[in-house]
Design a protein around this ligand. Structure first.
Ligand code: PEP
Ligand code: MG
Length: 756
């Protein structure tokens, strides 16, 4: 029971109604803040009610009922100072029976607050940004009840939204309270998809619509909430029931947990309490979402974090259901949208109109995250791992995504925009130059042809074949389809994808790499055992051989898709020849199965290996007559060669492929493959960088597979290179005792007119 004797819902409803009256009455901001604290103190039977707002780094007393009026605008608490500072810092409510004994209590004589013991402070938060603290105090030493804490939090939330919506029109004139971030900021992250873009922020998880925080009719509001809840539950159930064959056991578990959470009485109860207390349904969900986020930020336990993440996802679904079940991406999109989110789930990015999306900025994400895979396929820049990004932007802000420097610029000033306009123009001029090279042969000045191939993983990528003039797909990463879908792709879905890819490629060859999961590539719907060293653990072909059903299914799909045409398959992370034999036997078994079904099968079949584990480099002779080709995955090969995690920025730049040991090693592999008569290619990212590609060509490599963005620059380099001359220059360098040859090789390129 609240001190006023009314139940919580009734108490906050009364406060919310009065709050609305005060706002509607108009008048100066200060007068309305004064009226507000008087009203809250009376409604909550508190001796004191104060509003502190954040001005720069200090919390300043803006209005009070109960403390000395002369303290208003004089009492200022530095960041983290006093109990108010503590609430601001933690963004959590603080409820104390005897505040003066708390170690963080800071006594300010000008306020006359000595007689007060009970203290309840709640943050005034919006979009995860604390811009003030609302406090009530009482003389008697007592803890405030849960309903009182809740009532004050609700008022603080509504207050935050009203201030942000301009409800206190002249407030920002009154003080430089940063309700909406307005200053330019530069935030560092990590680059996951190359490029530069300037555009307008679109928030993936928009705030609850402003202006409708308080409900006119709680009964109607509860009905809206009820309908939206039913809607999302039915949706989830339909996903589970829809197609039993579609879900693997594991993904079904995930969805069922989700559906179970959607039935969670305490979640639903919180939402109902919200609308009964006078909030609109959206505001009630927003409140729940804020609570889940706040808890998630404090939660260490990964299981709990995951649950809270699921709950937040449900909150978002519910918000969308309330907004007339708008689909993702159905919100109005500016032509130069830059999507900002904490993280994006499987397939979510694909739901946005690709034509309007210029870039992507995330708080989370990783090199192998779904978002990064799709961003690279769409050719849009992405910067991820940007701390507190979402709380520092508002929809409509200008933003620069700079994946060259792994940073974003928020609300950039004119000078910065001008500099970026120039850099973007330069990039587009280069892109035009590369486009002109599209139909020119990739041949060195001394007449050596080099086959330039594309790395791909989604059908979206295959369009780059035509755009770049690449000779084929040298590496099709089949796991991407698995990583961007919500559930395990069925046989038909796999077959369809491979068929589409082959059709789009026309007469250009495509090399499909079988599933390369594990390590840093995890599926949301497959619970993997936690391993101490995932990169050295149960991954790639190792999973395929231990769980042959998954691999056989995939081979079946590939064989069906390649009916009547050539099929090239290769296996990732083959470490021993026996592994290759076992995998090749599975292909033959599936070929026999297809024939038994009456299919004619692929016209040609070539089975190759990826050389990623150094051990295989010393067994190449044993692959003679067995494998049809070898492809070096330098990303993994170098990580194992140098014992340096490819995704760990601390060690990522420590070792260089352009070093004597690595280049000697690659040369040995080339010699061994030539001796065994095995065609050899390189398909790691290094092949797409002009200086590395120059060196590889000089070492005798003539098939390079790379991301689409590498084809133009590498072709330009090749057409300016005398390969034999470069090979002669490289020879003595390989005898040197220097580690990285980067400087020497760059100098060679400059001196010999090689275009890098
Ligand atoms: C590699 O390891 O170089 C490679 C091409 O495979 P992935 O990057 O997909 O591991
Ligand atoms: Mg690899």
């Amino acid at each position: 029971m609240s001190p006023a004797g009314a139940p919580a819902g009734g108490g906050s409803r009364l406060i919310l109604r009065k709050l609305r009256e005060i706002m509607a009455a108009g008048g100066a901001a200060q007068a309305r803040l004064d009226a507000l604290v008087r009203m809250i103190a009376a409604a909550m039977v508190a001796d004191v009610c104060s509003i502190y707002l954040k001005r720069g780094d200090v919390h300043e007393l803006f209005a009070t009922e109960g403390l000395k009026p002369e303290a208003v605008h004089r009492t200022r608490l530095k960041a983290g100072e006093g109990l108010v500072g503590l609430v601001g810092e933690t963004a959590r409510p603080l409820n104390l029976a005897d505040a003066p004994v708390h170690p963080r209590f800071s006594y300010r004589p000008e306020t006359g607050e000595d007689p007060y013991n009970a203290f309840l402070g709640v943050p005034i938060v919006r979009s995860e940004r604390v811009f003030g603290v609302l406090v009530v105090q009482n003389r008697v030493a007592k803890l405030y009840g849960d309903d009182e804490v809740e009532a004050l939090q609700t008022v603080a939330m509504v207050l935050a939204e009203m201030v942000a919506a301009g409800g206190f029109g002249d407030l920002s004139g009154l003080a430089d309270v940063e309700i909406r971030p307005s200053r330019p900021e530069r935030l560092q992250g990590r680059a996951f998809s190359d490029g530069l873009a300037i555009g307008t922020v679109v928030l993936h998880e928009p705030h609850a619509p402003l202006g409708r925080m308080i409900a006119d009719d709680p009964v109607r509001e509860e009905k809206r909430l009820e309908e939206a809840l039913q809607h999302i539950r039915a949706d989830l159930q339909a996903m589970i029931d829809g197609d039993p064959g579609r879900l693997s056991g594991v993904s079904r578990d995930v969805l069922e947990t989700f559906a179970l959470l959607a039935q969670d009485r305490s979640w639903e109860g919180r939402l109902r309490d919200g609308v009964r207390a006078g909030l609109s349904a959206e505001a009630a969900v927003e409140r729940a979402r804020q609570e889940h986020r706040a808890k998630m930020q404090g939660a260490r336990d990964p299981y709990l974090r995951e649950r809270l993440h699921d709950l937040e996802d449900l909150d978002n679904r519910l918000l969308r259901a309330l907004g007339k079940a708008e689909k993702l991406g159905a919100q109005p999109m500016p032509d130069d949208a830059i999507l900002v989110a904490r993280d994006l789930g499987p397939a979510e990015l694909l739901e946005y109109a690709p034509g309007r999306l210029r870039g992507l900025a995330l708080e989370e994400g990783g090199q192998s995250s779904h978002a990064a895979i799709v961003a690279r396929a769409l050719g849009i820049p992405m910067v991820g791992r940007i701390q507190s990004l979402v709380s520092r932007v508002e929809p409509g802000d200008r933003i620069v995504v700079d994946a060259e420097r792994a940073e974003v610029q928020l609300r950039p000033g004119v000078d910065i925009v001008r500099a970026y306009d120039q850099r973007i123009a330069l990039r587009s001029a280069r892109a035009q130059e590369f486009a002109r090279l599209r139909d020119q042969p990739a041949e060195t000045r001394d007449g050596r042809p080099v086959s330039l191939l594309l790395n791909a993983g989604l059908t979206l990528d295959v369009q780059h074949l035509g755009e770049t003039g690449a000779a084929g797909v040298g590496l099709f990463r089949t796991e991407f389809q698995f990583m961007v879908s919500e559930t395990l792709p069925r046989l038909e879905a796999q077959t369809r994808l491979y068929r589409d890819v082959l059709e789009q490629a026309g007469d250009k060859p495509v090399t499909f790499r079988t599933l390369d999961l594990g390590g840093d590539k995890v599926l949301p719907y497959m619970v993997a055992e936690r391993e101490e060293n995932p990169a050295l653990g149960w991954r790639a072909l190792r999973i395929g051989l231990d769980r042959p059903a998954l691999l056989r299914y995939q081979l079946r799909a590939l064989i069906a898709a390649a009916e009547g045409r050539g099929l090239r398959v290769m296996f990732p992370l083959v470490t021993t020849v026996e592994e290759f034999d076992a995998a090749a036997a599975l292909v033959q078994r599936e070929m026999a199965w297809a024939r038994k079904q009456g299919a004619q099968g692929p016209a040609r079949l070539e089975i190759g290996v990826m050389l990623e584990a150094p051990a295989l480099a010393f067994a190449i002779d044993a692959l003679k007559g067995k494998a049809a080709f070898v492809s070096i995955g330098t990303n993994d090969l170098m990580q194992y060669f140098f014992a340096a995690d490819r995704n760990n920025p601390r060690v990522g730049d420590r070792y260089d492929l352009l070093s004597v040991p690595a280049l000697r090693f690659l040369r040995e592999v080339r010699t061994a493959c030539a001796a065994a008569g095995l065609p050899l290619s390189i398909c790691g990212e290094a092949a797409g960088r002009p200086l590395e590609a120059m060196t590889l060509v000089a070492l005798g490599f003539d098939r390079l597979s790379m991301p689409a963005s590498g084809i133009g620059p590498v072709k330009r380099m090749i057409r300016s290179l005398d390969a034999a001359h470069c090979a002669r220059a490289l020879e003595p360098l390989l005898q040197s005792t220097k580690n990285s040859l980067r400087t020497e090789l760059s100098a060679y390129a400059t001196a010999n007119g090689v275009a890098l």
